[in-house]
Design a protein around this ligand. Structure first.
Ligand SMILES: C[S@@+](CC[C@H](N)C(=O)[O-])C[C@H]1O[C@@H](n2cnc3c(N)ncnc32)[C@H](O)[C@@H]1O
Length: 261
């Protein structure tokens, strides 16, 4: 069965319900309010087709995108070249990576923190710590499972340029002790007379809020700046008890004082 990641154009349409301009503005606000360093270089982890690239560049930042999939990276690079946008793309695994130059701000979208084990989660934070300058922010969209794992299902349809993509997304609990669940995405594509069925399925380790803080802040040099519901700084999660939708989390790499080395 063909995977949606082998058809980045349809993946791009499937997730085009987002207002990427507004999301870039929210990241900009986080930088203005919480970054302890000036920001010039931005890294997107699991960048896929780099949907925020144009907005990131228009805010005056340079952009690097890291992704595992050469197909997604090739699509992102082609799209950027066609629009005359400058970007660097790096193939790598978010569980253990580095980039050529340290960055001032890193972000990850749509809950893309794909790990299967605790060791990979720890190694992910070690990688971000390696590439993010002290005082810089790590901005995460979703990525934490704020509700205990259950079987879930969601469906939506997006249309663009005469193409319709109907998406179904499900999660199935596999192994509670390992915090493993199966995430599956299927897409029905209609383009003119063409019909295509795409699937993608993978096993993930759920990441719960307090263990996230433990790994980021106690095992690594990050402090939790805050977490908010639905990309809205007026909804801090500490005062939300249910109905959490698309939370954002902001971490800052601690400034290391010379005498604490
Ligand atoms: C949900 S998409 C997000 C793409 C893009 N950031 C966005 O906002 O639409 C997830 C991306 O993560 C990439 N990915 C999956 N596992 C990865 C890994 N272990 N390391 C790096 N990228 C990975 C996939 O290739 C895909 O492009």
């Amino acid at each position: 069965m063909a995977s949606i990641y082998d058809y980045p154009k349809y993946y791009d349409i499937a997730f085009s319900y987002r207002d990427t301009g507004r999301e870039a503005a929210v990241m900009q606000r986080a930088i203005e309010q919480f970054s302890h360093i000036p920001v010039a270089n931005v890294l997107e982890i699991a960048c896929g087709h780099s949907p925020h690239l144009e907005h990131i560049l228009s805010l005056g930042y340079s952009y690097q995108g890291l992704d595992l999939s050469s197909t997604m990276l090739a699509y992102a690079a082609e799209k950027a070249a066609a629009r005359g946008l400058k970007a660097k793309f790096i193939q790598g695994n978010l569980a253990d990576f580095t980039v050529p130059e340290p960055v001032d701000f890193a972000y990850i979208m749509l809950g893309s923190l794909y790990v299967q084990t605790t060791a990979q989660l720890i190694s992910h934070f070690a990688s971000v710590q390696r590439v993010l300058k002290p005082g810089g922010l790590y901005f995460l969209d979703w990525c934490i499972d704020f509700s205990p794992l259950t079987n879930t299902s969601d469906a939506w349809t997006c249309r663009r340029d005469g193409v319709e993509v109907r998406v179904r997304y499900t999660t199935r609990l596999l192994h509670p002790a390992r915090q493993h669940y199966r995430e599956s995405l299927s897409a029905e594509v209609r383009e003119g007379r063409e019909r295509l069925h795409l699937e993608h399925s993978n096993i993930r380790r759920a990441i719960y809020p307090q263990e996230f803080v433990l790994v980021a802040s106690h095992m690594h040099q990050f402090e939790l700046v805050g977490w908010w519901n639905d990309w809205d700084f007026n909804q801090p999660l500490d005062s939300v008890t249910h109905g959490i939708v698309r939370p954002i989390i902001v971490l800052r790499r601690k400034l290391v004082r010379p005498n604490s080395l």
